[in-house]
Design a protein around this ligand. Structure first.
Ligand SMILES: Cc1cc2nc3c(=O)[nH]c(=O)nc-3n(C[C@H](O)[C@H](O)[C@H](O)COP(=O)(O)OP(=O)(O)OC[C@H]3O[C@@H](n4cnc5c(N)ncnc54)[C@H](O)[C@@H]3O)c2cc1C
Length: 393
């Protein structure tokens, strides 16, 4: 099913991907058609079980290395990553989220800011899909206003001692290291004095408790409690007190990636409902013969294609080093709103079967919602775009 869409998308994506990147995108798709078993993915969600078999299969292909620097085992570049993330999102939202958090977000930040020793300690293992991370920024009192975080880090000799509670930390149960934002200095502004530190998850004083959520069950989201956690000062990622600037500098990359995952996942939800609608007969004909149904499907596919173009446009700008904060926010909010709308309308097209756990549609309905919330809520994305559009007012 996807193969026909991927074919169509080849034509759409000609301005953005070269032949090698197209071929890579297709090869990821061919592999996942055989290895991302829909029944296994359903069971992982239902049982809140980490999809280790699928993660290991992708790791064996060497795809945890995509976009990492070559000297640490990396391969491919930014456009390969975006093209791949769309396909990962098509086959498994859990896989795409896990990959993105580990490689794009944390691997990317380590590659940019960490010391050579930290890079050597973490990146080759990540490239092989054997070393995993979680990112701990949010707290109970600081979500959208992340810079108001309260977790404290104090220097004691050669160590950093961290105390605080982080909330909504995805993948903490599997993480070898938790990249944690903490306040190391009270500066004039809340943005000053934040530092990023890599905490080995088995350090004494770290405790991790999963939180029950509406969706995203295969990769649990957790509370991480830090009580007198001691790590060597050398585990700082980037400069002391400069963490906020570092986080800000990688946000566009993160937002474009989330957009790509939503495009793939929305395409999967569309394909499911369109195929269902073609087979489903009521009143003696396929329900696609009712305009109320076919127009829904047309709007769904059109919004997905518009999202795809926004995502790849932003990705190309980023690759060429052109500032694209507005375009990245547009891609993130439009693609995730599209995914939510496609999941909602796709479920309606499938009637009771859409609401039933036998089909993936109800999972899309639950997964889509989280993309409107994390990675900067869609309200925050619109604020960023408004700030750019009306900067002269
Ligand atoms: C499934 C899931 C996984 C997550 N994983 C991680 C993770 O791995 N690591 C991590 O650090 N965090 C993670 N988060 C947290 C996520 O980043 C935050 O939920 C997000 O930043 C929003 O913060 P909040 O939930 O506290 O909402 P709030 O900031 O309290 O916002 C509540 C509402 O107010 C709106 N709002 C707030 N400020 C403004 C404003 N200035 N203008 C307009 N509207 C505004 C928001 O858009 C939202 O609708 C995860 C969240 C979820 C749901």
């Amino acid at each position: 099913m996807l193969s026909s869409h991927v074919h169509v998308n080849h034509r759409d994506l000609i301005p953005y991907l070269n032949d090698t990147q197209f071929e890579f995108r297709d090869s990821v798709n061919r592999f996942l058609e055989n290895h991302a078993n829909p029944e296994y993915i359903r069971e992982c969600d239902e049982n809140k079980a980490f999809p280790k078999q699928l993660i290991d299969a992708v790791a064996e292909q060497g795809w945890f290395a995509v976009s990492l620097p070559e000297e640490y085992g990396g391969i491919g570049g930014h456009m390969d990553m975006i093209a791949m993330l769309e396909i990962l999102g098509y086959h498994s939202v859990a896989l795409s989220r896990y990959w993105n958090m580990n490689v794009n977000m944390i691997g990317g930040a380590i590659a940019l800011f960490a010391s050579e020793d930290i890079k050597q300690m973490t990146l080759p293992g990540l490239a092989e899909g054997k070393t995993f991370f979680a990112f701990a920024l949010s707290e109970n009192g600081s979500g959208s206003d992340a810079a108001s975080l309260k977790t404290k880090g104090r220097i004691e000799g050669e160590e950093l001692v961290i105390n605080g509670t982080k909330n909504w930390i995805t993948g903490a149960l599997q993480a070898d290291y938790i990249l944690t934002a903490c306040r190391t200095q009270v500066g004039e502004s809340k943005h000053d004095g934040i530092s990023l530190v890599l905490i080995p998850a088995d350090t004494p004083g770290v405790s991790i408790s999963p939180i029950d959520m509406l969706g995203g069950h295969a990769i649990r989201t957790c509370e991480v409690n830090l009580v007198d956690v001691r790590v060597p000062k050398t585990y700082l990622v980037g400069d002391l007190h400069q963490g906020w600037k570092q986080v800000m500098s990688v946000l566009s990359k993160e937002r474009i990636a989330l957009g790509a995952m939503c495009v793939g996942a929305a395409q999967a939800a569309y394909d499911l409902s369109a195929n269902y609608a073609m087979d489903r007969h009521q009143f003696g004909r396929s329900i696609t013969k009712f305009q109320a149904v076919s127009h829904k499907l047309v709007d769904m596919q059109t919004s997905i294609e518009a999202s795809r173009l926004l995502v790849f446009r932003a990705a190309k700008l980023l690759e060429e080093g052109i500032p694209c904060s507005r375009e990245a926010s547009q891609a993130k909010y439009f693609a995730s709103d599209t995914y939510m709308k496609v999941a909602t309308d796709g479920l309606q097209v499938m009637g009771a079967n859409g609401y039933c756990t036998e089909y993936a549609m109800e999972r899309h309905f639950r997964e889509a919602k989280l993309f409107q919330i994390f990675g900067g809520t869609n309200e925050i994305q619109r604020n960023i775009i408004a700030g750019d559009l009306f900067s002269g007012a």
